[in-house]
Design a protein. Structure first.
Length: 327
């Protein structure tokens, strides 16, 4: 019987249990996929802890790649034997085999390996919607400065490279000299070690006092207020994660004196609400990876059974680049 990582109660990494999980046939609009690799993301931590609540018991995981074993009625873009990958709801990628909706599953180009695909779908599509769709009112032009927190993480390293390809000056924050060097190596124009430097002061110094047009922030509580101070007038604060905890309520009136700022809370799953949108975004991701402009770095590989350790490492900020679980 196929195995999967499941929780029956919210809590810490100790809640992750390896279980046998029966898998049936796909219904209308569904496929059955046998995973070769599964992606690890901070959203998995939010779901494990209960910050993002789901019905229990819950198989975790939003990202995976493998080979399609069977398709249900109405599925025309995939067939058995296809190499495929996805970032998708509902969770369930921490498994050897699963049945799932086909809407967000895309066929892989021949040149992209399955483990690479598992490491890049959720992160790469996130970088795509941030840099190409989540834009300040003035737009972004080559030469513009943007601030990207957690620049040495999975999304961050992809964003560093993609921003450079777009001609943007990405200012990345990271914790420690090694992570800062990694972000620079992957295309960040400037890096700020937040353990040693005031990132607001450094952003103002780098931009000649003007500030940036947009801040992309997956950290949340610890960086939100200071990120607003990095923006130029009419700048955009784009929050897309809560690694340090959720952003507390704030006074919207403060946005006026700070420069008539814009604030948005983004999520990938709004952007990939249809199969057509998913395919269009994936095509852009595959093209930029296929061209070599963006390289996917897998720095950590764990056996599926070691998912708890993977979560511990992720939460302790011990990881860089992308991480995958191998069934």
């Amino acid at each position: 019987m196929p195995r999967a990582i499941q929780i029956t109660a919210y809590g810490g990494p100790e809640q992750l249990q390896l279980v046998d999980l029966p898998v049936g046939e796909p219904g209308p609009g569904e496929i059955r996929i046998r995973h070769q690799a599964c992606g690890l993301n901070f959203i998995d931590v939010y779901q494990r802890s209960g910050l993002y609540a789901n019905p229990l018991p819950l198989t975790l995981g939003m990202e995976g790649a493998g080979v399609v074993e069977a398709v249900g009625s109405g599925v025309t873009h995939l067939q058995p034997g296809d190499r495929a990958a996805y970032a998708s709801q509902p969770p369930g990628s921490y498994s050897e085999v699963r049945v799932m909706p086909a809407k967000n599953v895309v066929k892989l180009p021949d040149g992209i390996a399955l483990d690479t695909a598992a490491a890049m779908m959720l992160k790469g599509l996130t970088a795509q919607y941030l840099l190409k769709r989540t834009l300040p009112v003035q737009g972004l032009e080559p030469g513009d400065c943007v601030l990207f927190h957690a620049a040495a993480g999975g999304v961050g390293l992809i964003a560093c490279q993609w921003a450079k390809a777009l001609g943007l000056q990405l200012i990345g924050t990271a914790g420690g000299a090694a992570k800062c060097a990694l972000a620079l190596e992957h295309g960040a124009a400037h890096v700020i070690d937040y353990t040693k430097e005031d990132f607001v002061a450094r952003v103002k110094e780098i931009t000649g006092g003007k500030g940036v047009k947009v801040v992309y922030d997956s950290i949340g509580k610890d960086t939100f207020d200071k990120s607003l101070d990095c923006l130029r007038p009419f700048g955009l604060m784009a929050s897309f994660g809560n690694a340090s905890g959720p952003v507390p309520p704030f006074a919207i009136g403060a946005l006026g004196p700070k420069g008539s700022l814009y604030v948005t809370r983004q999520t990938l799953f709004t952007h990939i609400a249809t199969r057509e949108a998913t395919q269009a975004m994936a095509d852009e991701l595959f093209a930029v990876v296929g061209s070599g402009a963006v390289k996917i770095r897998i720095d950590q590989r764990y056996a599926l059974a070691d998912a708890a350790q993977a979560h511990r490492d992720l939460e302790a900020r011990k990881t860089t680049g992308s991480s995958v679980l191998i069934p």
